[in-house]
Design a protein around this ligand. Structure first.
Ligand SMILES: Cc1ncc(COP(=O)(O)O)c(C=O)c1O
Length: 374
């Protein structure tokens, strides 16, 4: 029975497998393009004396996170405690969990993680901090914390005029080590006018700079001022007072970042390789990749190098393409590559990245933290 290779050790010795040798659909990474994107973001943050702690919520792989550290990242940003565990245990000890950690079960795991690595956790209310402090004291560890500030996204975060008061309290808790602040300007990524986008980002991040200055003036060290996603980092990196950026998804790039966030200069390093399975009409084709393979909510996927094919509709396991011109010669069994609308949410539909250099399979990376949502 056919079995997709799922582990580098399963690959035949001296193999030269290409994309054509793997069954579809699968998630393909172009390693050279990915490395070029990584080098660009890494250098692009260094140029502004800002550190880079790329978000791993999209790739969920400690192999990738380690590769990013080798390319200049200081650690990883995570969305979940479980992601942080995977990164620390996979060799990336300096992790920022850009999220709120609540409940005894997670706090016990967090205390254990403090013994294995050096996590940082967000706090926006004393009701998260007090039980965390108690657990850390009981376990004989100190956990670094930063205050998440609401800079306009209106998701989580304390109001900027409450940051100082909360920091004063955190500073007195022996199980916690106050390390700084963060905010996410996620509500500003898709502003079309670039002058307006820059002004709005400057305005939002100024709130963080002002908070940091207030803390320093009180003698509360504010080492970390963190923000930034791929959709904003080109502008956020130049703002006053920012010490680190969280941009992660840019390493793969996708249609959303390019079309809606106007991120330039990056290569599309991530594709879905699909097969045409049906030709119901001359101007329609059905591929084996639907919504369970390809995330398209924010922006449609596109077929690589084919202006004459348009992703028209997806159901769970079927993708429907509209064909014009030469594309109408497409046949059942032909293969296509698609750039996802949003790479982040596409990756987590898959168990493995199949990694290629010049069409040769060079590695297979598991998304180890996929499905680990606690
Ligand atoms: C806290 C936080 N930081 C950064 C990002 C941006 O991540 P990326 O660069 O992968 O788009 C997000 C995206 O949702 C986020 O929630």
């Amino acid at each position: 029975m056919y079995k997709q290779f799922i582990n580098p050790t399963e690959l035949p010795a001296d193999h030269t497998l290409t994309k054509a040798d793997l069954d579809t659909p699968f998630l393909a990474v172009d390693l050279d393009k990915m490395d070029a994107n990584v080098a660009r973001i890494s250098q692009g943050t260094k140029d502004f004396n800002v550190q880079w702690r790329p978000h791993c919520k999209g790739h969920k792989s400690s192999i990738i996170a380690s590769r990013l550290v080798k390319a200049g990242a200081i650690g990883a940003t995570c969305a979940k405690l479980a992601e942080a565990e995977v990164m620390v245990r996979g060799g990336v000890p300096d992790v920022l969990i850009a999220n709120l950690i609540v409940g005894q079960a997670k706090l016990a795991r967090l205390a254990m993680l403090c013994k294995e690595g050096s996590p940082i956790v967000c706090i926006d209310h004393l009701d998260q901090a007090n039980p965390m402090n108690e657990m850390m004291v009981r376990e004989g560890v100190r956990c670094r914390v930063i205050i998440e500030v609401n800079i306009g996204l209106d998701r989580v975060g304390c109001s900027p005029d409450k940051t100082l008061e909360l920091a004063r309290e955190l500073h007195t808790l022996p199980g916690l080590k106050f390390a700084g602040i963060m905010g996410y300007e996620g509500h500003l990524l898709t502003i079309e006018d670039q002058v307006e986008k820059r002004e709005k980002i400057e305005e939002a991040l100024q709130l963080l700079a002002e908070n940091a200055a207030q803390l320093q003036a009180e003698g509360i060290p504010c080492e970390i001022v963190s923000c930034g996603g791929t959709g904003s980092y080109l502008l956020s990196r130049m703002q006053n007072g920012i010490t680190e950026l969280q941009a992660g998804g840019g390493m793969f790039m996708d249609q959303f970042y390019e079309q809606q966030c106007q991120v330039t200069g990056m290569e599309k390093a991530l594709t879905i390789v699909a097969t045409v399975v049906g030709r119901p009409a001359v101007d329609r084709a059905i591929i084996d990749s639907g919504k369970k393979t390809l995330h398209v909510e924010y922006e449609p996927a596109v077929v690589v190098g084919r202006d004459d094919m348009k992703v028209a509709r997806l159901s769970a396991e079927h993708g429907e393409l509209e064909l014009s011109g030469d594309a109408q010669n497409l046949r059942i069994g032909d293969r296509l590559e698609l750039v996802p609308g949003y790479a982040d949410m596409t990756c987590v539909l898959h168990d493995y990245f199949y990694v290629f250099q010049n069409d040769t399979l060079v590695d297979i990376w598991p998304l180890e933290a996929r499905g680990l949502l606690q």
